[in-house]
Design a protein around this ligand. Structure first.
Ligand code: ZN
Length: 266
């Protein structure tokens, strides 16, 4: 990655990305924002994903297997870009080296929006990813931090939900791309339950390899979908307030009569 950065440094960016999602491990982005990425790609936007580590501390799979699985999942989600920063799994510290790796990838692809884990999470690697990328996104805009590339700061940072839940700023209806998302998740074959075949192989069990794990993620998508009257939803939180030029147009009814949000009224 660092070698490739050097050769690409300063290279002209023909078309910046619209969205770039960051995950700590190679299957995080699929699980937590896969429906949104698939939907945006379908709408013609340029999407990308960056995994900070190769997930080498994971109980199952190897670096090589996981890299192949990521490539297959990226195809399914129709990502324009998938990068791995090669930060050691379990050591996502906010070091100068790690901040620079994130700055380089941001300046290279210039995404308008970035998606990162919420700062409150069960897995320490996700918490550290949230802090590291948020900080790097700010510093990427400072000219005097030199990487041989033009400075750049993403327009907005969107936090995605993990296991702790939150009250979102907005929810994306992913009903139409939920199947695509789950297909991309299952491309990470070493991580998820594979029935009989797995029992024969006698593989170690983890939370996400259990029969129930995929049901948990589906239930979460249904839970957030229910808040907007959709079958499946993926929630996002922003630290800033959202400016609306035209609230009347924004809060219009959908053509099918649904309202954009269905929070219960007192
Ligand atoms: Zn993870």
């Amino acid at each position: 990655m660092r070698q490739r950065d050097k050769t690409r440094a300063g290279a002209e960016i023909k078309q910046p990305l619209d969205v770039m999602a960051f995950g700590a491990h190679p299957d995080d982005v699929e699980l937590l924002v896969g429906g949104t990425l698939a939907k945006l790609a379908k709408q013609g936007y340029r999407t990308g994903a960056v995994d900070l580590t190769r997930g080498e501390l994971g109980t199952r799979g190897t670096e090589e297997i996981r890299a192949k699985e990521s490539a297959a999942a990226s195809e399914i989600l129709k990502l324009s870009v998938r990068e791995n920063l090669g930060i050691p799994d379990g050591h996502i510290e906010k070091s100068q080296d790690h901040i620079l790796r994130v700055i380089r990838v941001l300046r290279q692809y210039r995404p308008r929006l970035i998606m990162i884990p919420h700062w409150e999470e069960r897995h320490c690697d996700h918490v550290h990813t949230s802090e590291l990328v948020a900080e790097a996104a700010f510093y990427a805009g400072l000219k005097k931090i030199e990487t041989g590339q033009e400075s750049f700061r993403p327009f907005r940072v969107l936090y995605y939900v993990g296991r702790m839940g939150f009250r979102p700023s907005f929810i994306v209806d992913v009903s139409e791309t939920f199947d695509t998302k789950m297909k991309a998740v299952r491309a990470h074959q070493s991580q998820f339950h594979r029935g009989q075949e797995e029992a024969k192989a006698g593989e170690a069990q983890t939370f996400i390899s259990s029969v129930y794990a995929l049901e948990v993620f589906e239930t979460m998508a249904k839970y957030y979908g229910a808040m907007i009257g959709a079958k499946y939803g993926e929630p996002y939180l922003m630290r800033e307030a959202v400016e609306l030029a035209d609230p009347v147009a924004f809060f219009r009814e959908f053509p099918d009569g649904r309202l954009p949000h269905l929070f219960p009224t007192p």
